[in-house]
Ligand binder design. Sequence first.
Ligand SMILES: [Zn+2]
Length: 287
Amino acid sequence: MSVRGLRKRACCILSFQSDNTVRHTTLQLEILPTSAFSLIVAVLLAGLCAAMTSGQAPPPKFRVIAIAEKGGVHQQFVDAARIWLAREAAADGFSVDYIENTDKIDEAFLSQYQLFIQLNFPPYAWKPTAMRAFEKYIETGEGGWIGFHHATLLGEFDGYPMWPWFSTFMGGIRFTGYIPTFATGTVAVDAPAHPVMKNLGSHFTIENEEWYTYDKTPRPNVHVLACVDEKTYSPMSITKMGDHPVVWTNENVKARNVYIFMGHHGELFQNSAFTTLFHNAILWAHQ
Ligand SMILES: [Zn+2]
């Protein structure tokens, strides 16, 4: 076989690096035109190059489904969350899909996702199929869960009964009240070694929150990660519950789960303590 019988063909190879950058390499392939094997290799490589240069993004490291409360007083929080989550997803290499009601939720639907985020959205008026699928998802640890604010609106609301399983999931609590005029408060970190509380120090400030109260502290049934210090309320409020957890995880289910009470105003996404907490929760809970 003479060297002159060889042909050179350039082919690009794109490889995805661990830091999400793409490395581009040009290979000079030597191809024997008479060799069927070489032709097959050339065709396969050409197809690979075409696929890789057509703008396909690398597959997401994990997939998130977010149920977003639509309309009402929490729309601003949900809108800000969507913007922040888009940036976060690009930086951390995950994808986010959104739903605004529970119609699609069943076991097959949830099986596509490693993390379920409840952007407010109360725990009532869910379709029965969605309730059963969600309970199984959490109990078997098929995926993780992060819930905000309205996710503990546990009681009888808008003509719907309380979802007892969800109350147990949240530590056996029932919603009793809130501060409708808002108060700024200091949140004290109970579990500084927990991954969700990483880089948060011993305490941080949350401005203008509603600080829901419950019929009892969930502490006996959950692992409390942070509490609000009611003595720091500004302005002071008589709506108090004593031991007042605001971030916790229920370790009696297999799913990694975090409830974060804060979540009324969109301005929370300008508070680095809040975004650190949300970021930590995503990285921990999806595993
Ligand atoms: Zn609210």
